[in-house]
Design a protein around this ligand. Structure first.
Ligand SMILES: [Zn+2]
Length: 163
């Protein structure tokens, strides 16, 4: 199978990009108990070793950009509250902003010519199909009591009206 991300190289099983999605949530509340049923689907996107490596590097660079962004934001109170001399906070801010931009450009360059993971979340046919069915990313509904999916509710109303 050809790698979905570059459409060039042969995909390898050990580099497959796997992601879990859940859906068809069915929440029923009976007195004090809430019974939640849902399905989990594991989607596998064929990927080659090179794309896997580039995705890892891109994630690293993108994490760095977040880190530098926090460092840049931290310069604001330093300037306002005069924690450091203006020259120092100026260098601090300039350097951090420069590093944020460098990291962001690196992500672009690393992923040049291949699809990003985010793109696969939006464009991979099997994922698209599941999203259309109301599936979401993750292994389980998030904290709190989830609501039934609209499709579930609709089918439930249908059955109750027919009886
Ligand atoms: Zn590839």
């Amino acid at each position: 199978m050809i790698c979905w991300f570059c459409s060039l190289r042969e995909a390898q099983v050990k580099h497959t990009y796997g992601i879990d999605m859940y859906g068809e949530v069915d929440a029923k509340t009976t007195s004090a108990l809430t019974d939640i049923a849902y399905r989990v689907r594991h989607v596998e996107v064929p990927r080659c070793a090179d794309c896997h490596r580039r995705h890892r590097q891109a994630r690293f660079a993108s994490n760095l950009s977040v880190l530098f962004f926090i460092v840049a934001v931290a310069a604001a109170p330093a300037i306002i509250l005069k924690w450091t001399p203006p020259l120092i906070s100026g260098i601090w801010l300039g350097l951090a902003v420069g590093l944020v931009l460098t990291a962001l450009v690196s992500v672009k360059l690393i992923l040049k010519g291949i699809h990003s993971l985010r793109k696969s979340h939006a464009k991979y046919p099997e994922i698209q199909e599941l999203l259309k069915q109301g599936y979401r990313f993750g292994q389980r509904p998030k904290a709190g009591i989830p609501k039934s999916d609209p499709s579930r509710k609709a089918s439930e109303e249908e059955t109750s009206s027919s009886t």
